[in-house]
Design a protein around this ligand. Structure first.
Ligand SMILES: Cc1ncc(COP(=O)(O)O)c(C=O)c1O
Length: 474
C-alpha cells in the first residue's frame, strides 16, 4: 500500500484486460504430449490472483507488523490497513457496523462453525436448510441443532412450495434458515429476497452462505425493505481472487456480545486476573490470536479490484462465457449437463457447469482434461453429496451400496460429475479448447492406459507423472 498502488485510486479496469493481469496467465504446463498453456476452469474451488492484488500485497509487506496494541509506525499502519479492509468488506455487502460486526475467519467453513456455536444454544432448535447445500452449511448445524431439509424440484432448484410448507409446519420453532446464495454444483442462484422475506415472517433469522455468490454478484445485507435483510453472511477470499487464507462472518453484534467468545486466548480480553476474565469489545472478542493480516489486506484489494471492474461487466462477461459453453456442449450428444442447460438463462446463474460424458467415469474425464488438455477442472461430488445424489438420481439402495464400498476404501464407483467453473478472466478461446477436448473424449480419442487408484478414485496415465520440482521449489 503506497501512493502508487493502482487500487488506491479510482480506476476502471476493463474486463478485456483481465486475462493479461492474472498472475500465472501465460503458464505452460506439461501434458502427455508436450506442453500446453494452462486453462483454469476450477474457479468455484479457488481462484488465482491478479497482479494488482499481489502487487498491493507485496507493497504492504514492507509495512507489515502485528496489528492493534503495537505503538510503532508499522504496527499502526498495519492496524489502519487491517481496519480499512474491514470497512471495505462491510461496504461491499451493505453491512451496518453499528448493529452488525465483521469477523475475520479462516474461510467460510470456519465462519459457519463459529456462528453455529454462538447461535445454537438448544439441541431442539430447528435449522431449516436445503438439499442444495455445501457440507460447510449443513454439518455445523447438524451437530448442534435439529436440521430439517427442504427438497428440490426436478431441475435441481430449491422447491419453494416445500420451503413454505416447512415454514408453516415448524413455524416459530425454526430458529434459523441456512441457505446457499448460489450452488457450487449447478450454478443456480437462489432468490434470496424470497427466502429472507418468508424466513422473517416466522420470526427466524437467515444465514446466507455466499462462498459462491460473493465473487459473482453484488450483495446487499440491508436493503431498503427490511424483510429482505440478510441476518448473517459468510464468504471466502480465496474464491474471489485473494487466495491468502481469509474468510468473513458478518452478523448481528448482539449474538457475539453475549457470552464467551468461541475461541479464547490472546487479543480477546480487556483484563485477566487469576479470578476473572473481562472480554474485549467486538470484533476483537471474536478474533483470538494474531489474525491473518496479509490475507485481510489482500481481501480489501480484491474488493477494490472487483469494484474497479464493475458488477455489470462481470455479470455480462460471465454470462457470455456460460451461454457460449452451454451452446457448444448442448450440441455434443454424449454430454449430460446437470441443472439448467439453456444458454438464454446464463445471466441468471453462475458459470458453474457440472456434466458427464457418456458413461465415462468423471474421474477419468477430469484426468484426461488435465493430462492431455492442460485444463484444470474438478470432479466428484464437490462437498455436496446430498445434492449430487439428487441431481444424478442415485437411488437410496445404490447409495447404501456405495456407502459400503467407500467405507471399504473403494471409491471407484463413486457417482459424480466433472465441473467446469469460470472466473472473470476466462475467455471464449479457452472454452473452444475445452470443447475440442470434450469432443475428443466423447469419440474415444484419448490415451487408453489410465490407471485407477481405487482407494482415491483417481486416474493417472500409466508411465507418466509430473515433475513438480522442475516448476517450483520451496
Ligand atoms: C457453496 C459453498 N459453501 C461453502 C464452501 C466452503 O468454503 P471454504 O472452503 O472456503 O470454507 C464452499 C467451497 O467450495 C462452497 O462452494
Amino acid at each position: 500500500m503506497n501512493n502508487t498502488d493502482p487500487l488506491l485510486t479510482e480506476i476502471k479496469i476493463s474486463i478485456k484486460d483481465l486475462p493479461n493481469l492474472l498472475v500465472g496467465a501465460d503458464t505452460d504446463v506439461p501434458t502427455l504430449n508436450g506442453t500446453e498453456r494452462y486453462i483454469n476452469f476450477d474457479n468455484a474451488a479457488s481462484t488465482p490472483t491478479f497482479k494488482l492484488i499481489s502487487e498491493s500485497v507485496s507493497s504492504f509487506l514492507q509495512w507489515y507488523s502485528n496489528v492493534h496494541r503495537g505503538t510503532g509506525f508499522k504496527s499502526q499502519l498495519s492496524s489502519w490497513a487491517f481496519e480499512q479492509a474491514r470497512d471495505l468488506v462491510a461496504d461491499f455487502v451493505g453491512a451496518d457496523l453499528k448493529t452488525q460486526v465483521v469477523i475475520f475467519t479462516k474461510n467460510s467453513t470456519e465462519a459457519i462453525n463459529r456462528l453455529s456455536y454462538k447461535f445454537i444454544l438448544n439441541k431442539d432448535d430447528i435449522v431449516l436448510t436445503t438439499l442444495m447445500e455445501h457440507h460447510s452449511n449443513e454439518l455445523p448445524w447438524r451437530r448442534l441443532a435439529k436440521v430439517v431439509h427442504v427438497g428440490l424440484n426436478e431441475d435441481g432448484t430449491i422447491n419453494k412450495d416445500e420451503f413454505l410448507d416447512k415454514l408453516k409446519t415448524y413455524g416459530s420453532k425454526i430458529k434459523l434458515v441456512a441457505i446457499t446464495g448460489a450452488s457450487n454444483v449447478s450454478g443456480y442462484i437462489n432468490d434470496l429476497d424470497f427466502f429472507a422475506t418468508e424466513t422473517h415472517k416466522v420470526g427466524a433469522k437467515i444465514i446466507v452462505d455466499a462462498a459462491q455468490l460473493a465473487p459473482h454478484r453484488s450483495i446487499d445485507m440491508k436493503p431498503s425493505d427490511p424483510a429482505k435483510r440478510l441476518d448473517y453472511l459468510v464468504f471466502s477470499a480465496h474464491k474471489m481472487y485473494a487466495p491468502f487464507g481469509i474468510g468473513v462472518l458478518i452478523g448481528d453484534r448482539k449474538i457475539f456480545e453475549y457470552g464467551d467468545p468461541v475461541t479464547v486466548g490472546g487479543g480477546v480480553v480487556d483484563i485477566v486476573t487469576l479470578e476473572e476474565v473481562y472480554w474485549a469489545d467486538l470484533p476483537d472478542k471474536e478474533e483470538a490470536g494474531t489474525p491473518n493480516i496479509v490475507g485481510v489486506v489482500a481481501l480489501g484489494s480484491a474488493i477494490r479490484m472487483l469494484e474497479a471492474v464493475g458488477w455489470d461487466d462481470i455479470i455480462k462477461h460471465e454470462a457470455e462465457l456460460t451461454a457460449y459453453a452451454l451452446e457448444k456442449l448442448n450440441n455434443i450428444d454424449e454430454v449430460t449437463i446437470y441443472g439448467d442447460t439453456n444458454p438464454a438463462n446464463a445471466a441468471n446463474r453462475l458459470g458453474v457447469i457440472s456434466m458427464n460424458i457418456g458413461e465415462l467415469p468423471h474421474g477419468l474425464v477430469a484426468a484426461i482434461l488435465g493430462y492431455e488438455g492442460a485444463i484444470g477442472v474438478r470432479s466428484g461430488c464437490f462437498c455436496a453429496h446430498t445434492y449430487v445424489k439428487e441431481l444424478l438420481n442415485v437411488s437410496d439402495a445404490d447409495s447404501k451400496l456405495l456407502e459400503q464400498q467407500i467405507l471399504a476404501r473403494d471409491r471407484s464407483q463413486i457417482p459424480g460429475t466433472i465441473r467446469a467453473s469460470f472466473g472473470i478472466y476466462n475467455t471464449t478461446e479457452e472454452i473452444d479448447k475445452f470443447i475440442v477436448m470434450v469432443k475428443k473424449i466423447a469419440r474415444g480419442d484419448y490415451f487408453k492406459d489410465y490407471i485407477l487408484n481405487k482407494e482415491k478414485g483417481e486416474y493417472t496415465p500409466n508411465g507418466f507423472s509430473f515433475d513438480f520440482d522442475k516448476f517450483y521449489q520451496l
